[in-house]
Design a protein around this ligand. Sequence first.
Ligand code: THU
Length: 139
Amino acid sequence: MEQVERLLAEAKRARENAYAPYSRFKVGAALLGKSGRVYRGCNVENASYGATICAERAAIVQAVSQGEREFDAIAVVADMPEPVPPCGLCRQVLAEFSPQMQVIMGNLAGQVRITSVEQLYPGAFTQSALLEPDAQQRG
Ligand code: THU
């Protein structure tokens, strides 16, 4: 539980850096790598709205860029009535690396919901479709 609290606190800190002038919906994420390192991410919006990057993906990009690819947990925090659920695009990106990773969703009111990527996103399209031997036979 201590770890959950720590990750939520890190996600709240990351949220302070959110660049969200269009939606004004600030999100922070804290991703715990197997190494024990924590990578923060915030949403980074863009005037070309579709170019916006969510907090969860920002954290993944940060971690992978620093050489970490396996994760135990991610905490996500926003200011909304319920704990914030990761969007579909982020679920796909989280599933690429660690489908078993714990997903700790929180809000500023202190509500918390804990689940996993697998539970949030069953049946993900994964690398097995592209990298397993059978996939190499495609003509
Ligand atoms: N957003 C996130 O960063 N993570 C989520 O889990 C939900 C949505 C961002 C994207 C956009 O900047 C804003 O929230 C509104 O959609």
